[in-house]
Design a protein around this ligand. Structure first.
Ligand code: HSE
Length: 299
C-alpha cells in the first residue's frame, strides 16, 4: 500500500515576522510517495529532481527525519519506503526542505489511518528543519502543512494560528539563480537587537496582521518592513534594493526576502500588478547578469 502527497512552497518571515509568519504558494511544491513494508525501518529509495544532491540516509533526509519523529510517538514496528520528487529548487528560500518533510508526513499519516491532525504534524516537521538548517523554525513547515497564512505565536509549545487573507492579494516570487543555505543566512544575523528595533518590528508585525484582518492593503504595505534580518541578509542578494525601488514604481504593496533568500517575494493588490512586478523584477536581475524564475499566485 502506498500514498503520494504534495506539499507546497512557502514564503517564511513575510518581512517583519522573522521565524513567526509564513504563507503557502499552492501551485509549487514537492511530492513524496510513502509505501508500507514489512522490513522494519525507514528507507529513502528514490529521489528525483534534486540533481543528485539530497541525502538518502534516513537520519539526514528531511522526509525520513520527519516521519521518524512521528513514528516515535506510535507503536509502529514495520517499515516504510520513501520516494521524493522535488519540484522546488534547493537553497532558494521557498521552503524546499519544509515541503519535502510536510509531504512525507501527510502521506505517512494517511497510510497509518490519520493518527495525528495537521497541527500535530508541525511538531514532527520542525525536527526535519533542525536537521536541514540547524534551527527548528516552523514558519515554512506550518504553512506548508496547513495552507494559507499562519502565525507561530510560540514555540514552546508550538502554537500555530491560521490568519485570514483578503481576496485579491497576489504574490510574485522572483527566484534569481543563486543558492543560499538557510544555515549560512542565519549565521549572518545579529544576535542582539536594540529596544528601538524591537519596537519598530513589533509595530509592523501587529500592523501586518491587523491589515490581513481588516483587508487593508495600505496597512499591509506600510507594515512590510524588516529591521532585524533584512539589513544583513540583503547584502547576500545582488540587486535587492534596486529591485525594491523598481517594483514600488509599478504599484506593488511591498517586497522582502522570502525565508532566508535569495528569492524575493512581492505582494500586489491585483494580478495585473503582480504580473508587471514579474517583468520589472526580471529586468532588474537580468541587468546584473542573473537569470530569474518568476512565479505568480494568489495568497
Ligand atoms: N525563518 C527562517 C529564516 C526561514 O529566516 O531563517 C528559512 O526559510
Amino acid at each position: 500500500k502506498s500514498i503520494r502527497a504534495f506539499a507546497p512552497a512557502t514564503v517564511a518571515n513575510v518581512s517583519c515576522g522573522f521565524d513567526i509568519l509564513g504563507f503557502a504558494i499552492d501551485e509549487l511544491g514537492d511530492q513524496v510517495e510513502v509505501s508500507l513494508c514489512e522490513t522494519p525501518g525507514l528507507r529513502v529509495v528514490n529521489i528525483e529532481g534534486d540533481g543528485g544532491r539530497l541525502p538518502y540516509e534516513a537520519d539526514k533526509n528531511t522526509c525520513t527525519v520527519a516521519i521518524q519523529a512521528m513514528l516515535d510517538q506510535l507503536d509502529y514496528k514495520k517499515g516504510m519506503e520513501i520516494s521524493l520528487y522535488k519540484g522546488l529548487p534547493l537553497g532558494s528560500g521557498m521552503g524546499s526542505s519544509a515541503a519535502s518533510a510536510a509531504a512525507a508526513l501527510v502521506a505517512a499519516n494517511a497510510l497509518l489511518g490519520y493518527p495525528f491532525d495537521k497541527k500535530q504534524l508541525v511538531d514532527f516537521a520542525v525536527k526535519a528543519e533542525l536537521i536541514a538548517c540547524g534551527a527548528a523554525h516552523a514558519d515554512n513547515v506550518a504553512p506548508s502543512l496547513l495552507g494559507g497564512f499562519v502565525l507561530i505565536r510560540d514555540y514552546e509549545p508550538l502554537d500555530v494560528i491560521k490568519l485570514p487573507v483578503p481576496s485579491g492579494l497576489y504574490c510574485t516570487l522572483l527566484h534569481p539563480h543563486l543558492e543560499l543555505n538557510t544555515s549560512d543566512s542565519r549565521s549572518v544575523l545579529r544576535k542582539q537587537i536594540s529596544l528601538k528595533d524591537s519596537t519598530i518590528q513589533s509595530g509592523n508585525i501587529a500592523g501586518l496582521i491587523a491589515g490581513l484582518f481588516q483587508k487593508d492593503f495600505d496597512l499591509i504595505s506600510r507594515s512590510l518592513k524588516d529591521v532585524i534580518a533584512e539589513p544583513t541578509r540583503a547584502l547576500l542578494i545582488p540587486g535587492f534594493y534596486e529591485l525594491r525601488d523598481a517594483i514600488k514604481s509599478v504599484g506593488a504593496l511591498g517586497s522582502g526576502i522570502s525565508g532566508s533568500g535569495p528569492t524575493i517575494f512581492v505582494l500586489s493588490p491585483s494580478k495585473k500588478i503582480a504580473t508587471a512586478v514579474g517583468t520589472k523584477g526580471s529586468e532588474v536581475f537580468k541587468k546584473i547578469g542573473l537569470d530569474v524564475d518568476v512565479y505568480i499566485s494568489e495568497v
